[in-house]
Design a binder for this molecule. Structure first.
Ligand code: G3P
Length: 217
């Protein structure tokens, strides 16, 4: 399973990328706004830090304008994936991007039929929003499982990128449901390393080791 970081904060990304466990990055207009920086500068910097896919989202709502924006974003670096909203216009653009060999991440997916259409349009990634579905009163993880079954039934290559991840349980659920990747906010990513029993156990081991007076090196 590939783990992406859902951020446009370059210093936070640098810190977590140093673990070697960040396979890619996703951004969206909200995250770019939060960074307070020009989008092209931020995306270029992220692409220098991470070799894997880096999603950069179009702002247009009409397919021709999405295509123009997406081509410009894809020219930033070879690992840019153009993020397109799951609308009728977005899927028209996705289909054309696929013909042109430009990678796409179809975002704001909230239903299995939407995901089916995205795969048929040739999306490289589909982003079902797990957390926002939970907030809405649905069970977000069920959507991941439904999409997995549908894509496997028809051998679609579109990768399932579990998005709107809010906690470690979402990461576990996405992995069990067979998501190809999950995009994780930095605070949730950092928390994945931790467990209170790990800390407690390590404290005990270190204390007992100190009593032996030994040294390994
Ligand atoms: O980038 C898309 C997605 O991960 C957004 O998550 O937390 O804003 O629902 P959230």
């Amino acid at each position: 399973m590939q783990l992406f970081l859902d951020t446009a904060d370059v210093s936070v990304l640098r810190d977590l990328a140093a673990t070697g466990l960040v396979d890619g990055v996703t951004t969206n207009p909200t995250l770019i706004a939060k960074s307070g920086r020009p989008m092209f500068e931020v995306i270029a910097e992220i692409c220098d830090i991470v070799e894997g896919p880096v999603s950069a989202e179009v702002a247009a709502t009409e397919s021709k304008a999405m295509l123009a924006e997406g081509r410009k974003l894809a020219a930033i670096a070879t690992n840019v994936v153009v993020k397109v909203p799951l609308t009728r216009e977005g899927l028209i653009a996705t289909r054309e991007f696929a013909i042109e060999g430009i990678q796409t991440n179809v975002t704001l997916c909230f239903s299995a039929p939407q995901a089916l259409l995205a795969a048929k349009a040739g999306a490289s990634y589909i982003s079902p929003f797990v957390g926002r579905l939970d907030d809405y009163g649905a069970v977000g993880m069920e959507l991941i499982a439904e999409i997995r079954a549908i894509y496997d039934n028809y051998d679609f290559d579109t990768e399932i990128l579990a998005a709107s991840i809010r906690n470690g349980a979402h990461v576990t659920g996405a992995a069990i449901a067979g998501a190809d990747c999950a995009t994780i906010p930095p605070d949730v990513f950092a928390a994945l390393f931790k467990h209170p029993l790990t800390e407690k156990g390590l404290d005990q081991f270190l204390a007992d080791w100190a009593k032996t007076g030994q040294s390994i090196l």
